[in-house]
Write a protein that binds this ligand. Sequence first.
Ligand code: ADP
Ligand code: MG
Ligand code: MG
Length: 252
Amino acid sequence: APKLTIEDLHASVEDKEILKGVNLEVKGGEIHAIMGPNGTGKSTLASAVMGHPMYEVTKGRVTLDGEDLLEMEVDERARKGLFLAMQYPSEISGVTNSDFLRSAINAKRGEGNEISIMKFIRQLDEKMEMLNIDQSFAERYLNEGFSGGEKKRNEILQMMMLEPRIAILDEIDSGLDIDALKVVAKGVNSMRDPNLGVLIITHYQRLLNYIEPDFVHVMMQGRIVRSGGPELAQRLEAEGYEWIKAELGIQD
Ligand code: ADP
Ligand code: MG
Ligand code: MG
């Protein structure tokens, strides 16, 4: 089973330290949720683990199955089974969803081991149906003109097609109405497996009514300051973040 280990991770953006010592372990079969106020570094954590060049890791370790991820390029991390659904997915004109997915799958499988067209289409159809995605999506340009909800469902489609070992989902619930939220949750729940570890980043407890996490972590000011089970998310929903700030002596 996969194991992502983050130890004392510090990361900066434009010389400003955002992550100030994050520790987290995500194993196969587990769903973790990270919650926290806006601007606390949740997306920075996702980007630093994935290897976005904008985010400079200044200290700490990130490993997948004991292998040093920080030494690897982004595409190498993806080949090892790391997947990031981004908070703001990019649009790529001129590349269809279908082409994009097939090249991503083949890049992961490696030369000489490409997926057959038939198998690809069968899997794509099956997964698009589960996510209530219209057939026409496949031939549309990647995310171009997609609504917020369509982009999010498309991120989940990518995850389901790529079958990662560790998936980080950054605010896949933001901007979704309740029906789209249920569809996204159904997709994620269908992936629950000992060979997949999931890290869900969310601002709201709402998503966690549909995807039950095993562990909930609270991030503030670049650190994980509380960890617990689903009851922690419920307390945050009821009481907000003030009680944690008070316990920590944070003023803002
Ligand atoms: P969250 O996802 O928890 O809302 P972010 O990780 O997006 O927080 O942001 C944390 C802090 O880092 C914020 O102060 C934000 O302004 C800053 N930051 C993040 N990404 C960038 C960037 N690309 N350029 C400049 N500042 C950034
Ligand atoms: Mg934010
Ligand atoms: Mg964010």
